[in-house]
Design a protein around this ligand. Structure first.
Ligand SMILES: Nc1ncnc2c1ncn2[C@@H]1O[C@H](COP(=O)(O)OP(=O)(O)OP(=O)(O)O)[C@@H](O)[C@H]1O
Ligand SMILES: [Mg+2]
Length: 139
């Protein structure tokens, strides 16, 4: 599966922009540690799809779900949720069924809720601040 490197925040946004058109609609899990660059990549993806300017994409850690481009892109952060039941209450199924691109941070904590087909983007911070970013398609 394709592996990319981005050595600055701007490069991570630019990579998101490039990847945007290649991502099939539906669930995209953004997987990586705190500060790995998940939200930064989401800025680029939303921008690449013409849904928002990078600066207008902010972390949904507290709001849980942000929507961009009139339903084109959703950005979800499940960090603060602990149980599947709480996630099920968000109504993500309808959003996923709508054909939107649904970017989800910390969704891998609830694998049973996001069965394949789905895309995973794994982000890893290297000691020099470069990010290794890998795309995986499941199902
Ligand atoms: N190459 C890089 N790509 C992305 N971000 C980088 C890079 N180098 C440094 N950074 C910094 O790392 C941080 C990444 O933050 P971001 O909010 O995107 O992470 P996150 O994975 O969404 O974290 P969280 O799990 O807290 O939501 C930013 O402060 C950014 O400036
Ligand atoms: Mg984030």
């Amino acid at each position: 599966m394709p592996l990319f490197r981005a050595s600055t925040e701007a490069e991570t946004i630019a990579l998101g922009e490039r990847l945007a058109a290649k991502l099939p609609r539906g669930v995209v899990l953004l997987i990586g540690n705190l500060g790995a660059g998940k939200t930064t990549l989401a800025k680029g993806i939303a921008y690449g799809l013409g849904a928002a300017l990078p600066d207008d994409v902010s972390s949904p850690t507290f709001t849980l779900i942000h929507e961009y481009g009139h339903g084109l892109v959703y950005h979800v952060d499940l960090y603060r949720l602990e149980e599947s039941r709480e996630v099920e209450g968000l109504g993500l199924d309808d959003i996923i069924d709508s054909g939107a691109l649904v970017l989800i941070e910390w969704g891998e904590r609830f694998p049973e809720l996001f069965p394949p087909p789905r895309t995973e983007i794994h982000l890893r911070a290297l000691p020099d601040d470069t990010r290794e970013i890998e795309l995986r398609r499941l199902g």
